[in-house]
Design a protein around this ligand. Structure first.
Ligand SMILES: *Cc1c(COP(=O)(O)O)cnc(C)c1O
Length: 465
């Protein structure tokens, strides 16, 4: 058909609004239906101009408009069910906040607060004062500061302590941590000159000593997080580096990444240093994330020597990297729980998930298997499997977390189709696909999500041809 004939055939907006489905929706929100109808008609006009030669019927266009209307009512950012077993899944928002942290963030968002107001003397206060006391108490450091994330913490610390001068770091620690955080790039951005010492697998204290010069400002140690060199390796210990720093009068900084405040060795989680242990050894500045193993909101936490932290607080970057009131409220509540370690283990979802025992996980998986087998009937085969979860977020890369999962083998659908259908349910469900089965790891399921998961699976499998 000719382009101009197609354009003539394209239904007018008023005509489309007479479609029964759109008439119904117009009663809910006429303005929105009108706006979307105009957009859809415009889009089709453009497609015709671009050379498309077929036009859907009016009823089909009405379906497209209704689908866009439904999508518009949903937020783009919404809850999903994490059945991947990755506790700190960066793509799924990392840490889930504790009930106390959620409540604190909600209160801070809903009302005026004393964010920067000193209630005692009636004058302007300091927004960081709400957490510095707790951070000092929990980590043993002299002072603390909080910024947007740990990448920002590293940037601010380096900019303050070593801009225009040299920072010495071991080659084995020049790591990339997820996506776009590369230690050398952040160092470049801060204006410090990177002096790499040692080799990829071995670095000795003499390597640091040889690199010392009049321009040296800082020794930097970086936790390799998601990466380990195993075998014939040597890194200088924190204690050795601190001793060298003291001897030559230069500060030592450590980017810890995860920031464990709680030693989980009795739960089988080993090899991750705690913040307080590093502070105790004399590291001058330690940085870590708020939303990795700490289990709080996204934040970058800096603790350390008072004179250095105070200099960072005065740096102009601090204003650009500052955290908002909801973050501070959630962080304060999270830190509060750590004053009582047993409470922290129970209340902070990240710690609770990491310390779930295999028998408990098995019990939960059996329960879920029963529920799912009951509702899915012949639509899928539902089984039980021993599996392994991950801490995620670049934390604890070598720690295997034995877990249990429920397997789903659809009778009609292909496994990729099931995965897609599950991403389209409300809430969407993310599991792990292994060959032709889907594994739903129960470690990362939150209380009450079993029922939602069952509904989503029924919906996904019913959409099957
Ligand atoms: C994760 C990580 C970072 C980045 O922290 P964000 O809070 O994600 O900005 C920096 N350094 C190390 C060692 C890390 O593990």
């Amino acid at each position: 058909m000719e382009q101009k004939d197609l354009l003539r055939q394209l239904p007018a907006v008023d005509q489309l609004l007479q479609q029964p489905r759109l008439k119904d929706l117009s009663r809910e929100d006429h303005q929105l239906v009108l706006t979307i109808t105009r957009q859809v008609v415009d889009d089709w006009r453009q497609r015709i101009k671009n050379g498309i030669t077929i036009l859907p019927a009016a009823a089909e266009l009405a379906r497209e408009i209704a689908a866009r209307y439904d999508a518009a009512g949903r937020s783009s950012l919404r809850p999903v069910i994490n059945a991947t077993g990755v506790v700190l899944h960066t793509n799924l928002g990392r840490a889930v906040l504790s009930p106390a942290a959620r409540e604190a963030a909600l209160q801070a968002a809903s009302r005026y607060t004393n964010l920067e107001f000193d209630l005692e003397n009636g004058q302007r206060g300091n927004r960081y004062s709400h957490v510095t006391g707790l951070l000092r108490e929990l980590t043993g450091a002299e002072d603390a500061l909080v910024v947007n994330n740990n990448a920002a913490a590293v940037l601010l610390a380096l900019s303050t302590l070593a801009e225009g001068r040299e920072t010495i770091i071991s080659r084995g620690q020049l790591v990339e941590i997820g996506g776009s955080f590369r230690i050398p790039d952040v160092m470049g951005q801060s204006g410090t000159k990177l002096v790499e010492v040692g080799t990829t697998n071995k670095t000795y204290l003499q390597d640091y000593e040889k690199a010392l010069g009049p321009e040296t400002a800082l020794f930097l140690k970086v936790h390799p997080s998601n990466y380990r060199i195993q075998g014939f390796t040597r890194e200088v210990t924190t204690a050795e580096l601190v001793a060298l720093g003291r001897r030559v009068g230069l500060p030592v900084m450590e980017d810890l990444g995860s920031g464990f405040l709680y030693n989980l060795e009795s739960h089988g989680i080993t090899g991750e240093p705690t913040v307080q242990a590093e502070v105790k050894q004399g590291v001058d500045v330690v940085t870590f994330s708020g939303d990795k193993l700490l289990g709080g909101p996204q934040a970058g936490i800096i603790v350390g020597r008072h004179d250095l932290v105070a200099a960072m607080a005065r740096h102009p970057l601090t204003r650009a990297l500052r955290v908002d009131k909801m973050t501070l409220a959630a962080l304060e509540a999270t830190l509060h729980a750590y004053r009582n370690p047993d409470r922290a283990l129970q209340e902070i979802p990240t710690l609770a998930a990491l310390t779930l025992t295999a028998p408990e996980l098995r019990r939960r998986a059996e329960q879920l298997q029963q529920l799912l087998a009951g509702v899915l009937g012949t639509r899928a085969r539902v089984g039980l499997v021993a599996t392994t979860s991950e801490a995620g977020g670049g934390a604890l890369p070598l720690t295997e977390l034995p877990s249990w999962g429920v397997t789903i083998q659809p009778a009609q659908l292909g496994i990729r189709e099931l995965a897609l259908a599950l991403r389209r349910t409300e809430p969407p469900v993310l599991g792990r696909v292994q060959e032709d089965i889907m594994i739903l790891d129960v470690r990362t399921l939150l209380p009450g999500e079993g029922e939602e998961l069952a509904r989503a699976l029924v919906q996904a499998l019913e959409g099957a041809p």
